[in-house]
Ligand binder design. Structure first.
Ligand SMILES: Cc1cc2nc3c(=O)[nH]c(=O)nc-3n(C[C@H](O)[C@H](O)[C@H](O)COP(=O)(O)OP(=O)(O)OC[C@H]3O[C@@H](n4cnc5c(N)ncnc54)[C@H](O)[C@@H]3O)c2cc1C
Ligand code: FES
Length: 430
């Protein structure tokens, strides 16, 4: 009986000490995690200070245009970049032999093309292409995706992209405007997330290469979304960079692929780039987000990032065509002290002289370019961001105001419809 009692006591003692050890272990674990959590919160506050608006503003001052008007460039290399054979890179060297001034990674070039027509004449076409290499005094590189004719229609295929793929060869001369655009990587050291969808990868490539060479310690993530791996450009180069730089985290996101294609592919994820994915992979840090991709991607991702709590000033994006993104706040898009008075409801009338149309301006019209198009008036456009000059239009009477300082300097008596609104009743040569 006493032997039984002592066994029971021993068992109770062993169980008690195990429970006590467990409690101590859990207590220490909890305490450590709590301390780490508090330290991380503290670190975030520090980082918030490090990327204060003042610092970002000074780090993102635009450079003056590297040259005025058009400059001749010779194509020195033409390279097909993807196995689907849809994206082709062109390396461009200035014909005058002068070194190229640095541009801001993310900026684009504007090409003034004379494209042959079926009648044997040529048609002037202006198009913008993001620079896809890091600033380099010897050359620029652009990477251009073929725009096919829409399926089951008689509509023509994309003019500029098909011209580049089919007619521009090594040795061709092209007329180019200086790098421009407000979508470029800040020079801060805050961690950065680059998101490229399809051919929207091009400015990200420039940002990435610049970042890895000029800011070697900066934490940088690249999420590159395509439908399947045949559409990836420079896959091996990107994988080599990721293997060489521990601070560079690479993820290819394939939205339309069978699971076998993912097997053994270290950098591949299945699905689209969305906030659920970012939440799952990114540590808790105040990242800057740079996004370029198709309109639906921007329209879903930008508001979702805002809903997640990412500060407006940390979300930067560019679309390669018209895109209307619903922002909660729009202040960060303005780079100038331009007046907003034209957004106030008014009795302003806009007359499009050539088309003989007169329409009342309204507050939700967007830019004068949007307004013209919404009223069936065709105006040439390229960047839709004040960078290329394609939408330059003569003002016969009245005044305009700019939403942001344009990179392209319009000739006296002209305005850039894509970035301005009427200040008074207006007559335009359009
Ligand atoms: C800032 C900026 C940077 C850019 N960077 C890049 C880049 O790095 N790489 C890149 O590839 N692109 C980039 N783009 C897009 C590029 O400028 C062109 O818009 C793109 O190459 C298509 O031009 P395109 O002349 O080939 O096609 P377009 O002739 O403009 O036609 C576009 C599409 O519309 C179709 N179409 C033609 N006529 C009609 C019609 N009547 N109705 C409906 N559809 C029609 C065409 O078949 C084609 O699919 C950028 C754009 C901007 C604004
Ligand atoms: S469309 Fe490029 S400046 Fe207006």
């Amino acid at each position: 009986m006493s032997e039984n009692m002592s066994s029971l006591q021993l068992l109770t003692w062993i169980t008690g000490s195990i429970l006590l050890q467990l409690a101590i272990y859990l207590g220490i674990g909890f305490w450590r995690h709590w301390a780490e959590y508090l330290a991380l919160r503290h670190k975030i506050v520090d980082l918030e200070v490090a990327v204060s608006p003042l610092k970002v503003a000074s780090a993102t001052e635009a450079l003056p245009a590297a040259w005025a008007g058009l400059r001749a460039f010779r194509v020195t290399r033409k390279t097909m970049e993807d196995t689907a054979q849809t994206i082709c890179s062109f390396e461009l060297v200035p014909q005058d032999g002068q070194a190229l001034k640095p541009f801001l990674p993310g900026q684009f070039l504007t090409f003034s093309l004379d494209i042959p027509t079926e009648s044997g004449a040529t048609q002037p076409v202006v198009r913008c292409y993001s620079i896809s290499n890091a600033p380099d005094p010897s050359h620029y590189r652009v990477s251009i995706k073929l725009a096919p004719a829409p399926a089951n229609t008689q509509l023509p295929a994309g003019r500029s992209s098909n011209f580049f793929h089919d007619h521009v060869v090594e040795g061709s001369l092209l007329q180019v405007r200086a790098p421009a655009g407000h979508f470029y990587l800040d020079r801060d050291d805050a961690p950065v997330v680059l998101i490229g969808g399809g051919v929207g990868i091009t400015p990200m490539l420039s940002m990435l290469h610049w970042c890895l060479s000029q800011q070697p310690g900066r934490e940088v993530w690249l999420f590159y979304g395509v439908r399947h791996s045949q559409e990836l450009v420079m896959q091996t180069q990107l994988e080599t960079l990721a293997a060489a730089h521990p601070n560079f985290h690479l993820h290819f996101c394939l939205s339309d692929t069978d699971p076998e294609a993912l097997a053994g592919q270290k950098y591949h994820l299945r699905g689209r780039v969305d906030v659920a994915l970012l939440r799952a992979l990114l540590p808790l840090k105040p990242y800057h987000y740079y996004i370029c991709g198709p309109t639906p991607m921007l329209q879903s991702l930008v508001p979702a990032l805002e809903d997640w709590g990412v500060q407006d000033s940390r979300i930067h994006y560019e679309a390669f065509g018209p895109a209307s993104i619903q922002r909660k706040k729009t202040a960060s898009l303005s780079h100038s002290g331009a007046s907003n008075e034209a957004y106030v409801a008014s009795d302003i009338m806009v007359t499009f002289a050539k088309s003989g149309t007169q329409v009342a301006w309204h507050v939700d019209a967007g830019s004068l370019l949007d307004f013209a198009e919404a009223n069936g008036i065709h105006v040439d456009s390229g960047c839709r961001a004040g960078g290329c000059g394609s939408c330059q239009t003569t003002i016969t009477s009245g005044e305009v105001t700019y939403r942001q300082t344009p990179d392209f300097d319009p000739e006296p008596g002209n305005c850039l419809l894509c970035v301005c609104t009427p200040k008074s009743s207006l007559t335009l040569e359009a």
